[in-house]
Design a binder for this molecule. Structure first.
Ligand code: ASP
Ligand code: CP
Length: 311
């Protein structure tokens, strides 16, 4: 969130009490969702627009569900059939939606920083739903909620993030959040996929997966973001799996009660073996999706209290 708390643009800069408060509120929405009830009075009269310039299944759907469960009018703008195709810029598109008195603008864009730019131009609260390789803040929050529910805490846990860290906004947001909350973060991957900034961010870098996973409480797998790769940064999928694909043999190096996470979408047989992904004991991938709805309800709830249109 920015200092005004009006937008949610990135995890970097958020303080632990803010993160805790968000997770605590999300916890109450988990219970509400499981009870089958809704709270439609909370955002009644508010409009949420999903503006996705990149593909999405989980994030877009869960923002839609979250908005509807809290009573907002939700519009999914189809960018592929919008006037963006006639050359309208991102800023003009946002200004147009803003003029329609949209209260909450959920934006996914392939350019890092696009939501930050919009936040300076519109009255609506802007929520970053993933921008380029920069951040995916609600993903990190839902991951943190999932871990906290399973492990009871974040502090002191060893979290190994494995795969295409270079292009992953999920990894970046998680590194910021988990480090802020006192977890020990490791990244694992081939040298071509580990950014130099990892050293500055204070995470431990491993190129040998067995060593990186050793003693981990949480193993978080990442998809190869081929859409962002320039040139051949990885060998064949088969060879990548041999070194960096998570199977039970490699997972055996982690703690016995390790949990396995993946933000989705998964590429089975590339970064994760199907048997591990579907392991009913260790895999929490479906739980992550459930937490995604609760976290987004909490985010909408908090931001709507700060919305400029309130005043
Ligand atoms: N869905 C996540 C993102 O949009 C992760 C991925 O696509 O691999 O960043
Ligand atoms: N985890 C995630 O952001 O998934 P989608 O790309 O399907 O939204």
């Amino acid at each position: 969130m920015t200092p005004s708390h009006r937008h949610l643009l990135q995890i970097e800069g958020m303080h632990p009490p803010q993160i805790e408060a968000m997770l605590d509120l999300a916890e109450s929405y988990v219970l509400l969702n499981r009870s089958g009830k809704t709270q439609r009075d909370l955002l009644r009269g508010r409009t949420l627009i999903n503006l996705f310039f990149e593909d999405s299944t989980r994030t877009r759907t869960s923002f839609e569900l979250a908005g509807k469960r809290l009573g907002a009018d939700v519009i999914n703008m189809s960018v592929s059939t919008s006037s963006v195709n006639k050359g309208e810029t991102l800023l003009d598109t946002a200004a147009t939606l803003n003029a329609m008195m949209c209260d909450l603008l959920v934006v996914r864009h392939d350019q890092s920083g696009a939501p930050n730019l919009l936040a300076q131009k519109v009255d609506a609260s802007v929520i970053n739903a993933g921008d380029g390789t920069h951040e995916h803040p609600t993903q990190a929050l839902l991951d943190a909620l999932t871990i906290r529910r399973r492990k009871g805490r974040l502090q002191g846990l060893i979290v190994a993030i494995c795969g295409d860290v270079l292009h992953s906004r999920v990894a970046r947001s998680n590194i910021h959040l988990l480090s802020a909350m006192g977890a020990i973060v490791r990244v694992i991957g081939p040298t071509t996929l580990i950014p130099a900034e990892c050293a500055r961010l204070g995470v431990d870098v491993f190129h040998d997966m067995n060593k990186g996973i050793a003693g981990a409480d949480v193993v978080m797998m990442l998809r190869l973001q081929r859409e962002r790769m320039v040139g051949g940064l990885v060998p064949s999928a088969r060879e990548y799996f041999r070194f960096y694909g998570l199977d039970f043999e490699k997972l055996a190096h982690a703690k016995r009660d390790v949990i396995v996470m993946h933000p989705g979408p998964m590429n089975r047989g590339v970064e994760i073996d199907s048997a591990v992904a579907d392991d009913p004991v260790r895999s929490v991938i479906k739980e992550q999706v459930e937490m995604g709805v609760a976290v987004r309800m909490a985010v909408l709830d908090i931001l709507s209290r700060e919305s400029r249109r309130n005043v």
